[in-house]
Design a protein. Structure first.
Length: 288
């Protein structure tokens, strides 16, 4: 394997985690021409990831969202439960839940199975890239690649650059993001980066407004969608992201940046009740 700066996308990509985000990342690289391997924790999770990715590809093709050959994509897609199957990948993107210890152990396990000239990225939406890099043997070959949900429809990838991220990786990552048909924005490592910091601030204030009885979720979302041209309102977006995910990011930002990011009690209560948004069938809206 060589550092091929001419490549629009890596020939071989690995994704650790085949949930909603990981499946979306796999989808993006597959339709751009990469061979993709998704590694999951066990066989049932791997099979679920396979079905998720192949189903999303088929639906996108049927709806005319993408052009291509489904058979070629599925031939270029494999699932596994073995980190050693990342050994031939030029790039691996970690997409596991936003838990510090899990992120660190996952990245270390992936790095131990990579070739020395491979690149590693985290899809974290808020955790410190410098902090994660400090736990790795090759921090210069590591950065953040923050994809947005749902990945196939989103046009943005936030590239997060740590103090030790190489300039070569910055350049390659921007090229790869363009190669999968998305727009890169590059930010230095800081709590919440740019997107999560701003998005969470808006989302938390919207939740406080519901908590205080200022307006209904529908009216708050319509105010932002119609008045500010947001494609989706902050409460509907919280349902898409997951209330548990939003809570975890808010708690981290509160610790790093202060009480302005303190999670509203309503958010805590909804997570406690299992009202996590679309994935649970109920959040600020009912999806049942």
């Amino acid at each position: 394997m060589s550092d091929n700066t001419a490549a629009a996308v890596p020939a071989t990509v690995g994704v650790l985690g085949g949930g909603r985000m990981g499946a979306g990342i796999a989808h993006a690289f597959l339709i751009a021409g990469s061979r993709v391997t998704v590694v999951e924790v066990d066989a049932p999770a791997a099979e679920a990831a396979k079905e998720r990715v192949e189903s999303d590809l088929a639906k996108s093709l049927e709806r005319g969202k993408i052009d291509g050959n489904l058979d070629v994509w599925t031939e270029n897609f494999t699932v596994s439960v073995d980190h050693a199957d990342f050994g031939d990948c030029e790039l691996v993107v970690e997409a596991v839940p936003e838990l510090w210890d899990l992120k660190v152990s996952s990245l270390q396990n992936v790095e131990a199975n990579l070739r020395e000239d491979a690149w590693l990225a985290s899809n974290t939406s808020s955790l410190s890239i410098d902090g994660l890099a400090a736990e790795l043997d090759r921090p210069e070959r590591f950065c953040g690649m923050h994809f947005f949900n749902p990945v196939p429809a989103s046009k943005l990838v936030e590239i997060v650059v740590g103090e030790r991220t190489s300039q070569q990786l910055q350049d390659l990552t921007a090229r790869w993001v363009a190669g999968i048909g998305k727009t890169p924005v590059t930010v230095k490592d800081a709590p919440g980066f740019a997107s999560s910091r701003l998005g969470v601030a808006l989302g938390l204030e919207a939740i406080r407004m519901v908590e205080e009885g200022v307006a209904s979720p529908e009216d708050i979302d319509n105010a932002m969608a119609l008045g500010y041209k947001h494609p989706v309102g902050p409460l509907a977006l919280t349902d898409i992201v997951g209330l548990d995910v939003r809570l975890g990011i808010a708690e981290y930002l509160e610790k790093e940046l202060g009480p302005r990011f303190a999670p509203p009690q309503l958010l805590r209560d909804m997570v406690e009740r299992g009202e996590l948004g679309k994935k649970s069938g109920k959040g600020f809206y009912d999806y049942s």
